[in-house]
Ligand binder design. Structure first.
Ligand code: 6CS
Length: 313
């Protein structure tokens, strides 16, 4: 039979590369076929989630940036400066974290979803019309964020006017000046040509883009042990593949942007410049706890413990 798998990006973007590897592994190791639905073929991120929950889709890749509206604890990925910038550390965290691999699956299960894997998509940068070196520079900037209350809170704390929008409205919104900024990993800024409609790319080191693959839980529970194992193995293979694939991807994407539009500035804020943004993180963490209570606190504490365990310093 055929399993339907939708994701939030194009086939040659990170989620698409992950999906292709998953498909290849499943088809090599079973009689099942996987049909891939890239962004735009079945609607926005919220639409594909609904389809997966209702069982029209067997698999969905959705980022906590959107899932946070459904599972409030998933917003923990938007506490600024929580995840490490070091790639090896970050990868090892995703591999070994108890919060990610044991606690989150229980929360996703409450929504009828079997959480198969969470994985990183790269350091997030802001793109804006005007240069940004201080929170004051974000005053009056309508800054697009994914539809997630804590991310709204973050950008409010950073000094901007956060504007939650689905992905499909971002390029046009920047072009028509409805919004003047947005954040995403470098590969996505390059592949979607957002550098055409914003002029300054700024890294403040506040986050890495996290995403997640899940299955409809009734579908998954109804499978044989062998088929479940095929899926788990394919997911593990796709995970290692996508980490390797991303080695050097951010730098290559920035080079491509420099080439395509040399007047775009690319700035990495230094530690002093980051300080006021870091200071804003504490209030965002506090808001996360207010939104999610004891369960959120438990997840956050476990994440910090898991991060300590992989920290090289
Ligand atoms: O900003 C967004 O909405 C999108 N960003 C990425 C990197 N993937 C999918 C998501 O929809």
């Amino acid at each position: 039979d055929t399993w339907r798998y939708a994701f939030e990006e194009a086939i040659d973007e990170v989620q698409g590369v992950f999906a292709q590897k998953f498909k290849e592994e499943v088809e090599a190791n079973s009689d099942h076929e996987v049909q891939l639905f890239p962004y735009g073929t079945l609607g926005e991120s919220a639409d594909i989630m609904e389809q997966a929950q209702s069982g029209i889709l067997q698999f969905v890749n959705q980022s906590p940036g959107f899932t946070g509206a459904l599972i409030p604890e998933a917003q923990v990925f938007f506490v600024p400066y929580l995840l490490p910038q070091d790639t090896e550390e970050l990868n090892e965290f995703f591999r070994t974290s108890r919060a990610i691999n044991e606690m989150f699956p229980e929360l996703y299960a409450e929504q009828g979803l079997e959480l198969l894997k969470m994985y990183p998509e790269g350091e997030v940068a802001m793109t804006t019309r005007e240069p940004v070196t201080r929170p004051e520079d974000l005053n009056e900037v309508k800054f697009r964020v994914m539809t997630n209350p804590l991310l709204v809170e973050s950008y409010r704390a950073f000094g901007a006017s956060p504007t939650p929008l689905p992905w499909g409205e971002v390029y046009g919104g920047l072009q028509t000046n409805i919004i003047q900024g947005q954040e995403n990993p470098a590969f996505f800024i390059e592949s979607t040509k957002m550098y055409e409609v914003t002029d300054h790319i700024t890294f403040i080191g506040h986050n890495n883009f996290t995403t997640a693959l899940m299955a409809n839980q009734d579908f998954f529970d109804g499978l044989s042990d062998e088929d479940q194992q095929v899926i788990r193995d394919a997911t593990d293979a796709a995970f290692e593949h996508i980490l390797e694939y991303q080695d050097g991807l951010s730098e290559a994407s920035l080079d491509a942007i420099r080439e395509a539009r040399p007047e775009v500035t690319i700035t990495v804020l230094d530690e002093d410049q980051r300080e006021p943004f870091r200071a804003a993180a504490a209030s965002v963490e506090q808001t996360f706890i207010e939104m999610t209570g004891d369960r959120g606190q438990e997840i956050l504490d476990q994440m910090k413990q898991d991060l300590d365990a992989v920290s090289v310093n």
